[in-house]
Design a binder for this molecule. Structure first.
Ligand SMILES: *[C@@H]1O[C@H](CO)[C@@H](O)[C@H](O)[C@H]1NC(C)=O
Ligand SMILES: *[C@@H]1O[C@H](CO)[C@@H](O)[C@H](O)[C@H]1NC(C)=O
Ligand SMILES: CC(=O)N[C@H]1CO[C@H](CO)[C@@H](O)[C@@H]1O
Length: 689
């Protein structure tokens, strides 16, 4: 707040204090009275949670293992928030109506401010583009192979204007998977960003692997050589402008989709087998976004002035859902330049109010904040301030203007643009230390969601006003969630534990042309089986505790679920990442541990070990104290003795997507980690215990 604002407020307060007929004996007490009133006026108010936070979900039909949102009046799930908004097309039209010619999609060149494309321009271009695609013989599915940029969204809207479904393609699928997808969906037209990507597809056509492809559209210009190469294998190539021109000359009337029509087929590369294409309808998307709007109503309404930053892959439902919600309210979406290392600069320029984020990025922000305080005094002050803010959060107060914010946190907030109102994290679990630290320092609401592509992004969501961590919130109003027995793993629904299953309007329609795997995921009653293991907490929120499939048997016949054990060991202070391994020829488990770079050196020092991060990782005595700490944490959490690691190896480099040890959704690639550490794992089994 600037000095101007402050004096204006003081003046108001002063007038007000006179109205309240406060006795002003001297100028000093006058100032005091003014300050008191100033405090009263600016006193932080708690956000009102939408329901009792101690009862966030309700048992369905008296069965406590099957639950629905407490925000619903009865067991009928929410399908639509606005009666007349039932498709993605209608969501965008609503935004168009509200915002008139307001800005919609933003992009920038290096060092430049954002330039905006308006809602009416997007709608107009979508119609031209859709007409152009139809003129090129496009029928049911349109492939889009590009990183996030405005043309991606215009292509999406072009599809929705003519009831065609979008099939996003992305680099990490790999060429083999893309060929499979192109053939499975019998696509004839793919939209690409630039020649390099289009050339990959053209090569497949040249080799006869994708016979159906007959047209490639490029957002950028392409070389003459490329055009000629395409011609040779009977593929038309057009750039963006040419396609628009074609559409303008042959403009078609919109063919509007119905809620039950397909909007998008989302292919996910599983850990094994061919990619599966989840079929998502307009109704799935409308129910999803309606649910999110519903739980935010009251405390957080998206307005036309809101801006979100787009950098998470649009090919995933998480980012798509957020954008579509923005469009529904006539708000703006600004795209990053396409380079994640420039993201912070883009954020500073865009000044987003809404920040969709994944744990990986939040972890990085957390590391950066901790890394920036060097002296013990600063560190102590930071932790004290964080605790003060956390105490406020427990009372439901979310703000960025407390004394602590002004002293310490406003700088952090400014580095995120200084306008954040809301951040939403999903796609992987986040550590509760990081989450509650950032809730305090970022001074905005941070909610956590849980879900998967097959339920259109999400199925549970933490509620506004709930600052507690270690759970993923309550079922969204569009989903019913139950837990189902897994006897092998000792999880029983009567104890509120089991495999998480979801039913409701946001659950997908199955995998494209894959009845077998559809049947594995969706049972005959319409329940989606997620493979995640959950636990109902007394206040009606859900906690993810395990994964169903990863389970092995030790030589003495005991079953071990490594992810459950890993989740517990993550609570040990020096542990950032951990991989637990058990060989079925052995009677105990061992682990690979990546220590937390920010705390490890300090933590070891407190225990009498001095050295750099690297040196400490190699020190066997340090390893033993880490092991001791982990086992103490494990014991406290009730791990059985055969579940406790007997030995660990300290590794100095994080598991990441880049080094191939995490999936794009940030889950451990267990078999890859196992082979990368084959030698270390074998060594640990050589030591006799
Ligand atoms: C504090 O939050 C409000 C929105 O809630 C925002 O407008 C303001 O710019 C923020 N201030 C800082 C310093 O981040
Ligand atoms: C809900 O219950 C969990 C587990 O008991 C707890 O950690 C969390 O703080 C609770 N949330 C609220 C808002 O009380
Ligand atoms: C109902 C539903 O699926 N909600 C999800 C919709 O999308 C947001 C953003 O991706 C998710 O976090 C929700 O959980």
């Amino acid at each position: 707040m600037g000095p101007g604002n402050l004096s204006r407020l003081l003046a108001t307060a002063f007038t007000l204090s006179r109205c309240l007929s406060v006795e002003l004996c001297s100028s000093r007490s006058g100032a005091l009275a003014s300050l008191t009133v100033y405090w009263l006026l600016t006193r932080p108010r708690p956000v009102r949670p939408p329901c009792d936070l101690q009862a966030q979900s309700v048992a369905v039909d008296g069965d406590p293992s099957c639950r629905r949102s407490a925000l619903l009046k009865d067991d009928n799930l929410l399908e639509f928030y606005y009666d007349d908004i039932r498709t993605v097309y209608e969501m965008f039209q609503r935004g168009l109506k509200i915002s008139g010619d307001g800005p919609c999609l933003g992009h920038r060149k290096p060092g430049q401010p954002y330039e905006w494309i308006s809602y009416s321009e997007v709608a107009q271009q979508a119609q031209w583009m859709g007409s152009g695609m139809i003129a090129k013989g496009c029928q049911k599915f349109v492939g889009v192979y590009s990183p996030n940029r405005p043309e991606w969204v215009i292509s999406e809207m072009a599809c929705h204007t003519y009831s065609m479904a979008l099939v996003p393609l992305y680099d990490t699928l790999g060429i083999e998977a893309m060929v499979h997808i192109l053939n499975l969906a019998e696509m004839s037209l793919v939209v690409c960003d630039r020649e390099e990507r289009a050339a990959l597809l053209l090569e497949c056509k040249e080799k006869g692997m994708t016979p159906k492809i007959s047209c490639l559209v490029l957002f950028n210009d392409f070389s003459q050589a490329f055009g000629e190469r395409a011609k040779k294998c009977e593929v038309d190539v057009l750039n963006w402008v040419q396609l628009m021109e074609l559409g303008k000359q042959d403009l078609k009337d919109p063919v509007l989709p119905r809620p039950q029509d397909l909007a998008v087929v989302c292919f996910t590369s599983g850990t094994t087998g061919k990619p599966k294409g989840a079929m998502i309808t307009h109704g799935n998307i409308a129910s999803n976004t309606s649910s999110v709007i519903k739980i935010l109503e009251g405390s957080f309404v998206i307005q036309q002035e809101d801006v979100s930053i787009s950098y998470l892959p649009l090919a995933h439902m998480f980012e798509r859902m957020i954008q579509l919600t923005m469009y529904c309210y006539g708000a703006r979406v600004g795209f990053f330049q396409g380079d994640i290392s420039l993201l912070m600069d883009d954020i500073k320029t865009l000044k987003p109010t809404l920040f969709p984020v994944v744990p990986r990025i939040l972890n990085r922000i957390y590391d950066k904040i901790l890394g920036s305080v060097t002296s013990p005094f600063q560190r102590a002050l930071l932790h004290y301030a964080v605790r003060r803010k956390q105490a406020e959060l427990c009372r439901g107060i979310v703000r960025n203007n407390s004394l602590w914010d002004k002293l310490l946190f406003n700088k952090i907030q400014a580095s995120l643009g200084g306008n954040l109102r809301f951040a939403l994290t999903a796609s992987a679990p986040i550590s509760s230390t990081v989450l509650s630290f950032l809730r305090a320092t970022m001074g905005c609401m941070i909610c956590e969601g849980y879900g998967q592509t097959e339920c259109t992004g999400g199925c549970t969501f933490s509620l506004i006003g709930d600052s507690s961590t270690d759970h993923v919130g309550a079922p969204l109003p569009c989903a019913m969630v139950k837990v189902v027995d897994i006897p092998d793993m000792n999880y029983f629904s009567k104890n509120g534990e089991g495999e998480i299953c979801i039913r409701g309007p946001s659950v997908f329609k199955g995998y494209l042309k894959d009845p077998e795997r559809t049947a594995e995921a969706l049972d005959s009653d319409g329940w989606l089986h997620t493979g995640d293991v959950g636990q109902w907490l007394p206040n009606g929120t859900l906690r993810i505790i395990d994964r169903k499939k990863h389970i092995f048997k030790l030589s003495q016949g005991e079953y071990v679920a490594p992810e459950k054990i890993e989740n517990i060991y993550l609570r040990s202070a020096p542990v950032l990442q951990v991989f637990v391994h058990g060989d079925s020829l052995q009677s105990y488990v061992v682990g690979i541990v990546v220590p937390d770079r920010e705390v490890f050196v300090e933590w070891a020092k407190e225990r009498g070990f001095v050295g750099s991060y690297q040196e400490l990782c190699q020190n066997p005595d340090v390893k033993n104290v880490v092991l001791e700490d982990m086992r103490a944490v494990g014991k406290e959490a009730g791990l059985k003795s055969f579940e406790q690691v007997k030995d660990i190896y300290l590794h100095a480099e994080m598991f990441s997507v880049a080094n191939g040890l995490l999936t794009p959704t940030l889950k451990s690639r267990r078999s890859d980690i196992r082979s990368a550490f084959q030698e270390q794992l074998a060594n640990m089994y050589k030591t006799p215990f």
